[in-house]
Design a protein around this ligand. Structure first.
Ligand SMILES: [Zn+2]
Length: 280
């Protein structure tokens, strides 16, 4: 561990069947990582071409299984974050002949199933969002409807919702939708965020520039790698050792308070998890 501190990667993926799976968790733990939020891989990356909400269960169950295995490698623990990747809408509309409203129905059904796992205590939070690339207006509207369904569940279950969305430093409109649905807006987390963001809580990609911005700002933030565990896309994201290494770097540069914010205070405020009490 790093000075007995909890070190949390807020967003990464693990593939139980291909590539490195649990070895990536061992790498993370070896350099001082203690806690992980493991997000299910996009359904089609696991070979699942969902036709009903129930078809997402296979994806969710595999994530829950690997999270259990990951927890046994950590001095802290791992939790699953479950949902439907917003890029699925393009796959449905462009390749499988769905109308945008049909795609919306299927993706909302998947979110509904993910919410069942949160309600049962088997997952910590939901994952939703909208395409980070340009799409037609009706696809954009359908994507926003899917995201708002996730906010409805976030409000009812009092859980966080991680978003995959376009690059932006102002997502106050989206935070307002979450609030209108009944959520506490800081429980909306934008993954792959830069160092500053208005609206949701930023889950900052752990490169030095972005982290320095977040640390100087002094506002709540989280740290992530979006490690994808995909052998076809090595280097598309950061490796599993990155968050612990950057924590060391932040501490060496006097950002002790930012480390406390990102690994203790913000996880507590956003997810209701106690990263200190869950250390061995
Ligand atoms: Zn991701």
């Amino acid at each position: 561990m790093i000075d007995d501190r909890p070190v949390l990667d807020d967003h990464l993926h693990l593939d139980p069947d291909n590539h490195r799976g649990i070895d990536a968790v061992r790498d993370f733990a070896r350099v001082g990582g203690t806690h992980l939020l493991v997000v299910n891989k996009p359904s089609w990356h696991l070979g699942v071409e969902a036709e009903t909400g129930a078809d997402f269960r296979e994806v969710f169950e595999r994530t829950i299984d690997i999270v259990e295995a990951a927890s046994s490698e950590l001095e802290g623990r791992a939790w699953p974050v479950l949902g439907v990747h917003p890029g699925l809408i393009s796959r449905l509309v462009d390749e499988r002949g769905f109308a945008p409203d049909e795609a919306c129905d299927l993706m909302q059904a998947g979110i509904d199933v993910a919410a069942e796992y949160v309600e049962a205590g088997d997952a910590l939070a939901l994952k939703s969002g909208r395409p980070h690339y340009e799409v037609d207006d009706d696809v954009w509207a359908a994507s926003n409807d899917v995201m708002r369904r996730a906010f409805d569940h976030g409000a009812a279950l009092e859980c966080a919702v991680q978003l995959h969305a376009e690059a932006s430093e102002d997502m106050t409109e989206v935070a307002d939708w979450a609030e209108a649905a009944g959520m506490v807006p800081h429980r909306v987390v934008k993954h792959y965020a830069s160092g500053r963001l208005e609206g949701p809580t930023p889950s900052v990609m752990s490169d030095k520039d972005r982290l320095e911005t977040a640390a100087e700002r002094g506002e709540p933030f989280l740290m992530e790698t979006d490690y994808i565990d995909d052998p076809d896309r090595p280097g598309a994201v950061l490796g599993p050792k990155t968050v612990p290494r950057r924590v060391r770097w932040l501490l060496e540069n006097g950002y002790d308070e930012a480390v406390e914010i990102a690994h203790v205070e913000t996880p507590k405020a956003v997810y209701g998890i106690d990263t200190e009490a869950t250390l061995e």
